[in-house]
Design a protein around this ligand. Structure first.
Ligand code: ZN
Length: 196
């Protein structure tokens, strides 16, 4: 995938997340894998209204979240965690949104949010019955290396999500569509667990 194609996909996806109310203010960021060796991602630019994103509002970064080509626009400050997640999990796309339900769930279950016996777990790639799914929770930090280390320590290949306490949710998948479907299902699951 080239950067222009990635830009179109990321702008379209951001419009969908914005319509769901999941990219309030300028929060949230998405990335998609451009190449694997070396690892290169296209990540949404920093500080923009995601409902108004254009295909050129994306930045090519390496595995550490550093721009491959200098100059504006700047990548999201959280690009480093996108790179770490893509490198460790092999994901083709990473979603980060500041949705409320997982953050509330992490307040209640700071060592991990457990889910089981729920049909929507199938949309997350797990079984609807007798399959205990624990979504890891890590403390918030402005240092992407600290966040990346916490992510890696909690990582399980069968659980493509991470909650950053008092911050938001990361979900990943083979492509943007799978990552979005997983995000939508997980947001439903998190609302269920805090409201039931
Ligand atoms: Zn964030």
């Amino acid at each position: 995938m080239n950067l222009a194609e990635a830009g179109r996909l990321l702008a379209d996806e951001c419009a969908r997340y914005t319509a769901l109310g999941w990219m309030r203010g300028t929060s949230g960021n998405l990335s998609v894998r451009l190449s694997s060796s070396p690892l290169r991602l296209a990540v949404t630019a920093s500080g923009l209204d995601k409902g108004e994103l254009t295909p050129s509002d994306v930045v090519e970064v390496d595995a550490s979240g550093t721009p491959v080509h200098p100059g504006p626009p700047a990548p999201s400050a959280e690009a480093g965690l996108h790179g770490r997640i893509a490198a460790v999990s092999g994901a083709g796309a990473v979603v980060h949104v500041h949705v409320l339900a997982p953050v509330l769930a992490a307040e209640r279950w700071p060592s991990g949010v457990e889910l089981r016996d729920l049909e929507m777990l199938k949309g997350f790639g797990r079984a609807a019955h007798d399959d205990l799914v624990t979504i890891p929770v890590v403390p918030n930090s402005q240092d992407m290396e600290v966040l990346g280390d916490a992510f890696e320590a909690s990582y399980r290949a069968d659980t493509p999500a991470l909650i950053v306490a008092r911050h938001g949710l990361y979900v990943w998948g083979s492509d943007l569509r799978q990552a979005r479907h997983r995000t939508e299902c997980l947001e439903w699951l998190m609302r269920f667990i805090i409201e039931s």
